[in-house]
Design a protein around this ligand. Structure first.
Ligand SMILES: *Cc1c(COP(=O)(O)O)cnc(C)c1O
Length: 413
């Protein structure tokens, strides 16, 4: 088996005797892949958990003759195991791990040469926006941002030199959705070979698989749900296209933004429970979204799983669930009320980032989205009363009690 490909056609035989024998050609379920893909027991010792391979170099039996590894930037057994696992979960052929989500973005953008152009959804992750406007543009790559609530808007932004379309769905922190299948159709209808890249960080492969909807490349900040324990900064890209893979593999080695073997080991360990965690994140987030929506001290709740979400139908169609992220506005809220609410929380930590087992809350206007101009924040609906929550996997009654007492402290009606 190729170190980068996960075969989900025939029976899968593990050296520990475990055989997945599909009745008809049946792909193992998500949880089975999460636990087993890329995780062959160690051939020397039989260790069921593949060992953490810290070596930077690999002995060769003759000059240029080795077991598939020569130097750890170019390829590392622990990194390979992780890459195979994520590729399997995204339903893709190849995974490529990077030192961060941001480094993944930068490396993928190197697919576009100077003189090229990209189109990006307008409310992309702040660091992605910064890379596009302050780095890629200095390297001669033009960028146009466009509101893709109506996918047809994409046509207005495409230029003869457009090489890549970048979308993120749901977006942060207002959880707007982009119709991946429709955007793929439009992008691919031009005969200039436009690649569609989807940042799938918020959904994780458990709830959304963009390759199956027509995307060419999926990227993640592994820092969030895939690792899931808030102790690794890392990124990954997945594709099924041989030529894109070859080029990205070349860029991964040439630019060299690779993650450490130790981080790959931790992220792989986290990934084995992705399906269990995502179910818990979603059921907690759903309960909290419903509770908040019926609360007199809350003006608005934004959660794709609520029928009140403007794109609830699209969420039902393209996602397999609604995830663990939600945002809401305090009634008659202002900066002071938001600060009191956040300071009063006892279980939720006031912190940036998302996707870990622990619940977090933050104020985008002052924290994650502070670098936007006030006008840009206004246009996106990032007001001083908008609070974002990354709902963790604690007991939901405790989370709701925590929110209730903080609402009582912050909002006097
Ligand atoms: C965090 C994040 C990134 C950047 O990832 P890092 O691992 O922090 O570099 C990119 N996209 C989204 C949606 C994110 O949430």
């Amino acid at each position: 088996m190729s170190p980068h490909a996960f075969n989900n056609e025939g029976p899968i035989e593990y050296t520990n005797g475990f055989v997945v024998e599909p009745a008809a050609p049946r792909v193992p379920g998500f949880g089975t892949l999460a636990v087993h893909a890329g995780q062959e027991p160690d051939q020397v010792t039989g260790a069921v958990i593949p060992p953490l391979s810290l070596s930077t170099t690999f002995a060769q039996s003759a000059a240029g003759v080795h077991k598939g590894f020569d130097y750890s930037r170019s390829g590392n057994p622990t990194r390979n195991a992780f890459e195979v696992a994520v590729a399997a979960l995204e339903g893709g052929k190849y995974g490529l791990a990077f030192a961060s989500g941001s480094n993944t973005t930068a490396t993928v953008l190197n697919l576009v040469q100077s003189g090229g152009h990209i189109v990006s959804v307008n409310d992309t992750y702040g660091g992605t926006f910064r890379y596009f406007t302050k780095v890629a543009s200095n390297n001669g790559v033009g960028v146009t941002f466009v509101d893709l609530y109506d996918p047809e808007n994409l046509r207005t932004a495409i230029q003869p030199n457009t090489k890549l379309v970048w979308i993120e769905t749901p977006t942060n922190p207002t959880l707007r959705l982009v119709d991946i299948a429709r955007i793929a159709e439009i992008a691919h209808s031009y005969d200039q070979n436009i690649l569609l890249v989807v940042d799938n960080t918020f959904m994780s492969p458990y709830f959304q698989q963009p390759l199956s909807l027509g995307a060419d490349i999926v990227v993640h900040s592994v820092t969030k749900y895939i690792n899931g324990h808030s102790d690794v900064v890392m990124g990954v890209a997945v594709t099924s296209d041989d030529a894109i893979h070859d080029r990205l593999r070349f860029l991964q080695n040439s630019i060299g933004g690779v993650p450490s073997a130790f981080d790959c080991f931790l992220a792989n360990r986290g990934l084995k429970t992705l399906h269990l965690r995502m179910k818990a994140h979603e059921s907690n987030a759903t309960a909290i979204a419903r509770y908040l929506e019926s609360h007199p001290k809350v003006a608005e709740v934004i959660y794709p799983g609520l029928p009140s979400h403007r794109q609830h139908e699209l969420a039902r169609r393209q996602q397999k669930g609604f995830g663990g992220m939600l945002s809401f506005r305090l009634r008659n809220g202002d900066l002071e009320a938001s600060n009191t609410f956040l300071a009063s929380l006892k279980i939720f930590a006031l912190a940036e980032s998302l996707g870990g087992v622990e619940s977090l809350a933050e104020l985008p206007a002052v924290m994650t989205h502070a670098s936007l101009t006030p006008e840009a924040r206004e246009a996106l609906g990032v007001t001083d009363s908008l609070i974002r929550m990354s709902v963790g996997v604690e007991e939901v009654e405790d989370l709701i009690d925590d929110i209730e007492q903080a609402l009582n402290a912050a909002v006097k009606l």
